[in-house]
Unconditional design. Structure first.
Length: 339
């Protein structure tokens, strides 16, 4: 018999007025450029918004669905190179003049989503750490593929995108992406679709026995998460004006989006944004004071969170059934024993 228990509204509750608080925070953030901040401060805000967006996107598949993705940066990279190629070498791809950022940007999300649909058909059949390892291998393989396809991707030399530096415009794009991503996660968490994802996370076999199309739900969550992450990658490439395999497929960025979700609280709506904000400022602290050991400091912090704060910051206030990576992996052996 399965030990599956349908998620209830009391598990990691999402209150209706939370979304209005989020809207107010976004509107206040929209007023920030009117205070005439320096370019450096705008760039700091843009980077923090992107980290919040990436953490929320990862949380959809890693926290809500229970498939811990160690290679989610693959979709960021696909989005970045889609924009880079279409803005610099579109004649070699679609035999058309070079596209502007606004013309190329939607394709960054669509390309990442199509790749996720293809990849998910194979990887989403795996469970627990096997899925995580497969996704990590995909990330490493994609970086080498990009490096080898020099005529299209520029190889190790990378691609130079047309510079269109406008920090205020970039600020509002990043703010809009963040608002959209977090708002969408709130809607999903309050929907039947979100409850089905939580059911899959708790007990996939039990959820399927109770009529949930687990394959469809997992694939949809995977594709949606990839689409949003691809959009962030495409925006980042345009904003950075230069991409190469090592800069785009930068492992610490992959680690940071996971750390942010774990630090805030897996499977919650507000945990990843909170964790990403805290992580960003901790990273700046370590970077400014311990330049050559900042990754060590962040790694030790992750170990501390996993061992002593598995529920994350939100977990201090909420008692969810599953809030840590270790809990997610521990569910799988129980499933196997019950089959």
């Amino acid at each position: 018999m399965s030990r599956f228990t349908p998620p209830s509204a009391s598990e990691n509750p999402v209150r209706r007025y939370d979304i209005w608080l989020w809207v107010i925070l976004v509107l206040l953030a929209a007023l920030y450029p009117f205070t005439q901040p320096t370019t450096a401060r705008l760039l700091i805000a843009i980077q923090m918004f992107m980290l919040i967006t990436l953490a929320s996107n990862w949380n959809l598949i890693g926290g809500m669905t229970g498939y811990v993705d160690f290679g989610h940066l693959t979709f960021f990279g696909i989005g970045a190179y889609t924009v880079g190629i279409l803005m610099t070498r579109s004649g070699e791809v679609i035999f058309a003049p070079q596209l502007s950022f606004w013309q190329a940007w939607p394709f960054s999300g669509l390309t990442a989503m199509l790749f996720a649909l293809t990849l998910g058909a194979a990887t989403l059949r795996l469970k627990g750490p096997y899925f995580s390892i497969a996704m990590l291998a995909t990330l490493l393989a994609m970086r080498e593929i990009v490096r080898l396809f020099t005529p299209l991707t520029g190889g190790g030399g990378g691609l130079d995108l047309p510079p269109e530096l406008n920090r205020i415009q970039e600020y509002y794009i990043a703010l809009g992406l963040m608002a959209l991503s977090v708002g969408l996660m709130w809607w999903i968490r309050n929907s039947e679709f979100g409850l089905s994802l939580l059911a899959i996370r708790e007990d996939e076999i039990g959820a399927e026995m109770r009529g949930i199309n687990t394959t469809l739900h997992k694939t949809t969550a995977f594709a949606l998460s990839a689409f949003l992450t691809g959009l962030v990658g495409g925006f980042w490439a345009w904003q950075n004006t230069y991409i190469d395999p090592d800069v785009v497929f930068f492992e610490p960025r992959n680690l940071e989006m996971i750390m942010a979700a774990v630090l805030g609280g897996l499977g919650t709506v507000w945990g990843p944004p909170l964790g990403a904000a805290v992580l960003y400022w901790l990273r700046e602290f370590f970077w400014n004071r311990f330049l050559f050991a900042h990754l060590l400091g962040l790694g030790l912090m992750l170990i501390f969170v996993v061992l002593f704060l598995p529920g994350g910051l939100v977990g201090l206030l909420q008692k969810g059934r599953v809030t840590s990576v270790l809990d997610l992996w521990r569910l799988q052996p129980a499933h196997e024993e019950e089959t």
